[in-house]
Ligand binder design. Structure first.
Ligand code: C2E
Ligand code: CA
Ligand code: CA
Length: 538
């Protein structure tokens, strides 16, 4: 049960709703088996996931039960933590009196707590509420306390609440117009977020970015960031009446300032007000329209990142990474793949990528690199809803290429739904000689079972497992273990996101087959990559 509960909490932290509800179901089949602490974690987890989904009333109901369970155990850690969650939720519900009431209880329970991390998180929440109630100076003092505590904890920088603290410190210094301090925290945030992909922080980052841009007088860009922030953040109109009203008003106040400075923004602003008033569907529609146009006008195309074979000591293939050039800015895949997956746009989009990737591959093969392979990322939605194998078969025929020239990269998400169509499609692709790689290995929790249960040929070890191997003994050991184990299963091992020579040396020593990352090559356009390859050959 303990393992189940920690899995459950992990899915809550990663806002992994589908798995969370599945595990929740399993746990709830025997609630009588739960001990006090487990019961507490169960209710906190159930509350958290609903909180992230912005179902605040439901979240509150679970936190209330959790609080009762916490008092039942008599454990000060639980009591402090539960009251902290109560403070958080009442703040979201815009009831600062209640929020203060609970956070005081939480702080007073701390005297019997010895976890620095818990101290830090309680102080963080306390600071947030003080700042909200207008006690800025006091709030900042408490934030600094939290900052100190976090910094005494090992790996605190990986902790969600540490990043949230930094955002809050940025916020308060920014609103006090203390640019230097704001900048300092912004830089620290950026440094942490650069170490991986953390979608949870996207809205906060967008808002912070827009404020930074505004400071630099880049009003046009500031506005774009705000638009994205609103789109990401304002999804439940019900709560715009409460907590979000203040948030949105702040943002609109910022826009009002922008508006004064730059008259040409007027029409976009009107559009934003309108879309806020009606609903967000409108914005989604705008997005689809833009993406649709981009697809028509060659605004979407792949870049290619070369892969290095350790054994053959040369480039043996490349991964196609989608790019969207929207007017003068480049929109990263993380900002639109997920949206595109909500409609059939993902199918048009991926057909285009497959076509252009095979074209690239053909071009390289024709120039003399006979074994060259191209890898394409495929989302679960495509496997489930597209006649992918059929499309690929035709494309291979069109370019007169064997299936062995193509690889597809999928993530464990493809297996979570246990959709028979997906498996069927994968087996057909495999029959065609196409190799299947499991991407982002090590980021989810079912990577290992995927490898044994599904038709996987290659594993791509995620950057997060690589990026500090040169400094950290434990990470090195973990990596060595993974590679050894996967070799045992006859899988090809690709390391991704490799950035420096030390990492390369370690990976070679551990027996990694293929290395991909900025150290060897950055993703680039068809022509540049091909030219690189041909000049390299000489
Ligand atoms: P991914 O498949 O894990 O791709 C690797 C990401 O790491 C790429 O980001 C790549 O540019 C970046 N990268 C490569 N080497 C390094 C390095 O040494 N250091 C660092 N810091 N980063 C490195 P990108 O291009 O932003 O793509 C993000 C994700 O978007 C991809 O993750 C993939 O999941 C998705 N994606 C990209 N193209 C497609 C596509 O055509 N279809 C689908 N369904 N998803 C795609
Ligand atoms: Ca990939
Ligand atoms: Ca990856």
């Amino acid at each position: 049960m303990d393992e189940l509960i920690s899995l459950f909490m992990m899915t809550a932290v990663y806002v992994d709703y589908e798995n969370h509800s599945r595990i929740e179901d399993i746990i709830l089949t025997h609630p009588e088996d739960l001990n006090g602490g487990q019961h507490y974690y169960l209710e906190i987890g159930r509350g958290m996931i609903r909180y992230y989904l912005k179902h605040y009333d439901e979240a509150l109901a679970h936190y209330v039960i959790a609080t009762t369970k916490a008092y039942d155990t008599g454990d000060a850690n639980f009591i402090a933590d539960a009251n902290r969650y109560m403070g958080i939720i009442y703040r979201k519900l815009n009831d600062l009196d209640q929020a203060s009431y609970y956070i005081e209880k939480s702080v007073s329970a701390l005297k019997d707590v010895d976890s620095k991390l818990l101290y830090a998180t309680v102080y963080l929440t306390c600071g947030v509420i003080l700042v909200d109630t207008g006690e800025l100076e006091h709030g900042i003092r408490v934030y600094k306390k939290a900052y100190e505590y976090f910094n005494t904890v090992k790996d605190a920088k990986r902790h969600v609440n540490y990043v949230i603290l930094l955002f809050n410190m940025f916020d308060v210094f920014d609103s006090l117009d203390k640019a230097d301090m704001a900048h300092q925290y912004f830089d620290e945030i950026r440094l942490i977020l650069n170490t991986g992909d953390f979608p949870v922080y996207n809205p906060m980052m967008l808002r912070a970015e827009s404020r930074m841009l505004k400071r630099q007088g880049l009003y046009e860009q500031a506005l774009s960031a705000l638009e994205k922030f609103l789109k990401a953040e304002v999804q439940t109109p019900k709560y715009t009446a409460g907590y979000y009203k203040n948030e949105i008003k702040q943002v609109f106040d910022q826009i009002a300032v922008l508006k004064d400075k730059n008259r040409s923004l007027n029409s976009r602003l009107t559009l934003m007000y309108d879309s806020m008033d009606t609903s967000l569907d409108h914005m989604d529609y705008e997005f689809e329209k833009r993406l649709d146009q981009a697809l028509d006008q060659e605004g979407i195309y792949p870049h290619f990142q070369l892969k290095w074979s350790v054994e053959q000591n040369k480039y043996i293939g490349a991964e196609a990474l989608i790019r969207w050039q929207d007017k003068d800015k480049m929109i990263p895949p993380s900002d639109f793949i997920h949206e595109a997956e909500k409609s059939d746009l993902i199918i048009r989009l991926s057909e285009l990528i497959i076509h252009k990737s095979l074209k690239f591959c053909k071009d390289v093969v024709t120039s003399g690199l006979n074994d060259f392979k191209v890898s394409v990322n495929i989302s679960p939605y495509q496997l489930a809803n597209q006649d992918l194998a059929k499309y690929i078969r035709n494309e291979l025929l069109f370019f007169n290429l064997e299936g062995s020239h193509l690889k597809i990269e999928i993530t464990e998400r493809s297996f979570l739904e246990q959709n028979p169509k997906i498996l069927e499609e994968l087996y057909v692709l495999k029959e065609m000689g196409i190799k299947i790689a499991l991407d982002d290995f090590g980021t989810g929790y079912s990577s290992l079972s995927c490898v044994t249960n599904f038709p996987i040929d290659v594993i791509k070890i995620d950057r997060s497992l690589i990026n500090n191997i040169e400094d950290d003994m434990k990470s090195r050991k973990l990596l060595a273990g993974i590679i050894r184990m996967m070799k045992e299963l006859d899988l090809e091992i690709v390391a991704e996101g490799v950035e420096n020579e030390k990492q390369v040396a370690i990976l070679k020593q551990f027996g990694c087959d293929v290395i991909q990352g900025y150290y060897y090559a950055k993703p680039d356009k068809h022509e540049s990559v091909k030219n690189n390859l041909t000049s390299y050959k000489k």
